[in-house]
Ligand binder design. Sequence first.
Ligand code: P6P
Length: 338
Amino acid sequence: MAMNETKRVVTIDRHIVDMQAKYPEATGELSKLLYDVALTAKLIDREVSKAGLVDILGLTGEVNVQGEEVQKLDWFANDRFVKSFDHGGQLCVMASEEEEGVIPIPSRFKLGKYVLLYDPLDGSSNIDANVSIGSIFSIYKRKTAEGPGTVEDCVRQGAEQVAAGYVLYGSSTMLVYTTGRGVYCFTLDPSIGEFLLSHNRIQMPKKGKIYSLNEGYRNYLSDGTRRFVEYLQEPDKETGRPYSSRYIGSMVADVHRTLLYGGIFLYPATSKSPKGKLRLMYEANPMAFIVEQAGGMATDGTQRIMDVQASELHERIPVFMGSEEDVKLAMSFEAGER
Ligand code: P6P
């Protein structure tokens, strides 16, 4: 490309319009939700990016439904989601990883046919260290016929998602989403306040060279998981090198790297937490949708995550997600076949 040749840019708003055109029956309601996701991401990014400069760091003294101390940014991000989505008329109910019960749409606002589940600021324990954190969202069509949405609309099977994605607040802020026709990544250009398409139809490598888990739990892993990790630490027959270990401790950042570079991210069951730590509805399902749409796999070690019918809002599930060959290898160890 010649110097200074004008590059063509695709904003996320234009992309959402173009994606909607692929669905003749679309009414534009889902598009409005996705516009509001992009706006919410910018508003949270503004606070996250200046977190070190204003007294917004530190704890609120509150404890959330997970029993975790709530950081002020956590609270801000959760409130930002509620204020962004409660009045647009596209939702019949919301649910947040930070709140015990569902979040009703105020009676003064119109109800819609969609349901939004979100984790407002995942990895928030990393905020003070300026490590990448993220927001995760998941959208379903309502299950109940009419009226205010209920917990029945929120406790679902991941395969029913109509859209999902995440925002990564890192060295740059990125918004990644899918509506079931591929995975698209947009990078925020702060000079114009626009998310611009930077990665078109992401496809994961079928096999990677990186594994990602908290090695501190090594003594609590199942025999299968431990032997899987030990296998990856042996020099590969073809390359003569073992896998590299990378773990940020912020799911959005670890999954985003896995999406682009390949390999496997795992938060398995341990003797300390038999269902693992990650939440099925707020973390595992949306990330599984993204990973599968990018040609990867997402299982709980034995079955596809998106086939699991949730039984409660905050249930946890073991997570093995990433390149197809790496996840299948992990499953063979979990099944005792190796
Ligand atoms: P651990 C962050 O708190 C989180 O929910 C995910 O973002 C992350 O993958 C995981 O927990 C990290 O957990 O036990 O390794 O600190």
